[in-house]
Design a protein around this ligand. Structure first.
Ligand code: HEM
Length: 265
């Protein structure tokens, strides 16, 4: 059981995430979007969305650096395991609470507004609930982490993650004896990776790849729209009399309407 969930399941989840995302991008490129509902309940969306995204981004980069940086790098920098553990608990805890509040606002908005609910798919609801559950489990791990602030337990997760990413055998054994809440958190985290290509989470990949794609592959394809509210035609029409007046002022007396071409020409 332990070997399956922490030795094999990570590879299944990561493979489905990568291959599934490429397949979706190739097969249905027009479904690759956040399916924004920003026209509705805008205020709640903005506050909830900012809290959620800032929190989740801090957690994402915290997990990435915290789990995948070789422990020897922290040792070389003179950062003790205890200090790293404390940083994970404090920074991760604050970011986790922000993301939880923001995520709850987003779920509330999606759940109670009949129009947003109607345009939400099962996957939209399910992924939000999964992320909230993951945040609750993650925050729950803090209570266990506080009992071993020397950082010893944390080095087990680092060894596990690094062995998985470098395809080394024996990864699952590294975390065989950790508390159940950590295991539940990791399995749900991997399940979020697994369902990634089938949800609106795919927009995360755009956040990372779109700038690169724009810079290196398709520069020149940017579409720029004016934020001015009045349509172009209306602005042009109202500018017309002013332009005509300015022309008349510059034409010497008695020659107006003569050889000067009109705007229509
Ligand atoms: C497979 C993916 C994931 C793995 C392997 C993972 C692993 C971990 C581990 C080992 C800890 C404990 C760190 C420590 O204090 O020693 C932790 C904490 C936490 N995780 Fe995750 N996690 C994953 C995904 C996520 C996701 C997707 C979220 C948010 C949506 C999240 C939110 C949190 C939070 C809020 C904490 C508590 C604060 C902290 O210690 O940073 N995790 N995670």
């Amino acid at each position: 059981m332990n070997s399956f969930f922490f030795g094999i399941y990570p590879y299944i989840a990561l493979s489905v995430m990568v291959i599934g995302s490429i397949a979706r991008y190739e097969r249905d490129p027009f479904t690759w979007k956040t399916s924004s509902s920003q026209l509705l309940r805008r205020r709640q969306l903005i506050i909830g969305s900012v809290l959620f995204h800032v929190g989740v981004l801090v957690i994402f980069f915290g997990h990435l650096v915290g789990l995948l940086t070789p422990i020897t790098v922290f040792d070389a920098l003179g950062i003790s395991h205890g200090a790293k553990q404390l940083l994970a608990v404090v920074a991760g805890g604050i970011a986790g609470i922000m993301a939880l509040i923001g995520g709850a606002m987003l779920l509330h908005r999606r759940w109670i507004d009949p129009r947003i609910r109607k345009t939400s798919s099962l996957a939209d609801m399910a992924i939000l609930i999964m992320l909230l559950a993951q945040l609750v489990l993650g925050l729950g791990t803090i209570f266990v982490s506080l009992q071993h602030l020397d950082g010893h337990e944390m080095t087990k997760f680092m060894a596990w993650a690094q062995m998985i990413f470098t395809f080394r055998a024996g990864a699952a054994e590294q975390i065989a004896d950790v508390a159940l809440i950590f295991k539940l958190h990791i399995v749900l985290g991997l399940t979020i990776f697994l369902v990634f290509p089938f949800t609106r989470l795919v927009h995360i990949a755009s956040g990372f790849f779109a700038p690169l794609r724009y810079l290196f592959l398709r520069s020149g394809y940017q579409l720029v729209r004016s934020r001015r509210r009045r349509p172009l035609e209306e602005r042009r029409r109202s500018a017309e009399p002013r332009a005509a007046g300015a022309r008349a002022a510059t034409i010497p007396h008695g020659t107006a309407g003569g050889a000067v071409p009109s705007a229509a020409e």
